[in-house]
Write a protein that binds this ligand. Structure first.
Ligand code: AMP
Ligand code: MG
Length: 412
């Protein structure tokens, strides 16, 4: 779908809404600033340079076993006997060429001596003095990783835009990138709203609720790689809410929580409108989370997330997380669905893409998913017990016990 193809008032499907977010962010052509960091601080960032291999990998024909380096043609049949010509350890190299009928004791990680092309494992040999009996035929390049087989010198090994996880960090270390160019972390403002909400370190009156959403959304933001900026609590009153939102517009993304439903005091959208916001959608056919607002005010993209903690958690992970990725230089990373067997039938109303807090267990031969006992979209006790969500699509019949179903593991 083209951005804006749907009318703002129309409820989008889950997939349409994701496409809309992706397209709007792409159209904004946001290019974050670049900084150079020591590799030890680059984990979780997005790479801002293309990285090439500085030499062949592996840089030499490397033995993967402790044993004897041989010329494979000397061990074409069983029980060949070779003469030991010396030893090569990892961190050394064998100084002369190995001739026909000779072999060299070799350790894992050592380079093959010139003249040899294979390694026979020590377990398949018998030693008598300087005579080594090879008990079985050995093929050329057995137990050897060939020079350049992982990659050739000069080859692109990591493209700009790649998220640096542990594997990428290891690869960068192996090519000697002690300092690496990465994109700046975007700043994500978080404004909780609601007259019943009090700071979490206040003792609430019996009719008040502690602000749990800010801390929770900040955790999602941080795990996505951005810097959370927890702002004060916005009241259900236009003027004060407006000045708080205006202050937040220095950020790269604004997450508003609450105040986007149909209630008499749900003013978030009015205030954004007064500030000249463009709205791309105002509701999405998902549960929890139907009243979900996405738009841009001045230069800052915003999400109006539902105030219900579980709805906020789900929509932040589904929509704000990939948006943060783009703002920090990554491609748009789709939420990942996997498959598991459903433990127990689920009653389910169709029409919405539904995300139910669940536990995904992998102790059996096949992954199994079961719902946690939860009481609806305010229930953080249930969410804390879950390690993912059962996903039921609109139009999908209520899943039965034993069905393969979609699940979404929790990322944070
Ligand atoms: P709203 O979306 O503003 O109608 O809020 C929906 C529900 O979420 C209400 O029960 C609110 O009390 C609750 N809620 C809203 N914001 C927060 C917050 N920051 N922390 C905890 N609960 C909240
Ligand atoms: Mg409210």
């Amino acid at each position: 779908m083209e951005p804006g193809a749907a009318s703002v008032t129309q409820m989008l499907s889950f997939e349409q809404a994701l496409l809309e977010v992706e397209a709007r962010l792409a159209a904004a052509n946001f290019v974050p600033a670049i900084e150079v960091l020591p590799l030890s601080r680059a984990w979780g960032r997005i790479l801002a340079e293309d990285v090439n291999a500085d030499r062949d990998y592996p840089p030499f024909n490397r033995s993967t076993r402790d044993g004897f380096a041989i010329r494979s043609e000397d061990a074409g049949g069983a029980n060949s006997v070779l003469t030991l010509a010396g030893e090569v350890r990892a961190g050394e190299y064998f100084k002369s060429e190995v001739g026909a009928g000779q072999c060299v004791a070799i350790m894992t990680g050592a380079p093959l001596p010139a003249g040899t092309d294979a390694v026979v494992m020590i377990e398949h040999t018998r030693t008598e003095g300087n005579k080594i009996e090879i008990e079985r035929p050995v093929a050329s390049f057995e137990n050897v990783v060939r020079k350049g087989s992982e990659c050739r010198a000069g080859k692109d090994i990591l493209p700009k835009g790649r998220r640096l996880r542990a594997g990428e960090i290891g690869l960068l270390a192996s090519v000697g990138k002690g300092n690496v160019a990465v994109y700046f972390r975007p700043r994500v403002a978080i404004i909780p709203t609601g007259d019943e909400i009090v700071p979490m370190d206040h003792k609430p009156e019996w009719y008040q609720i502690r602000n749990s959403n800010s801390a929770m959304l900040a955790a999602v933001v941080a795990s996505a790689g951005a810097v959370p900026w927890e702002m004060g609590i916005g009241p259900d009153e236009k003027k004060a809410l407006q000045s708080l939102i205006e202050k937040s517009l220095e950020s790269d993304l604004l997450l508003l929580s609450g105040g986007v439903s149909m209630g008499k005091y749900d003013f978030v959208e009015d205030v954004l409108e007064d500030l000249g916001a463009e709205f791309y959608f105002r509701s999405v056919a998902i549960r929890p989370g139907k009243p979900l607002v996405f738009g841009r005010v001045q230069d800052t993209f915003f999400f109006g997330l539902p105030g219900n903690p579980v709805s906020g958690f789900v929509t932040c992970n589904l929509f704000a997380r990939p948006a943060i990725g783009v703002l920090m230089g990554s491609r748009f990373e789709q939420p990942r669905f996997l498959r598991a067997r459903l433990a127990k039938a689920v009653r389910h109303k169709t029409g919405l893409t539904t995300f139910m807090p669940a536990r995904i267990e992998t102790r059996e031969a096949e992954p199994v998913v079961s719902l946690v006992g939860w009481q609806g979209s305010g229930d953080l006790v249930g969410v804390a017990e879950a390690n993912g969500f059962l996903v039921v699509h609109p139009g999908q019949p209520a899943p039965e016990a034993g069905d393969w179903v979609d699940v979404m593991p929790m990322e944070s």
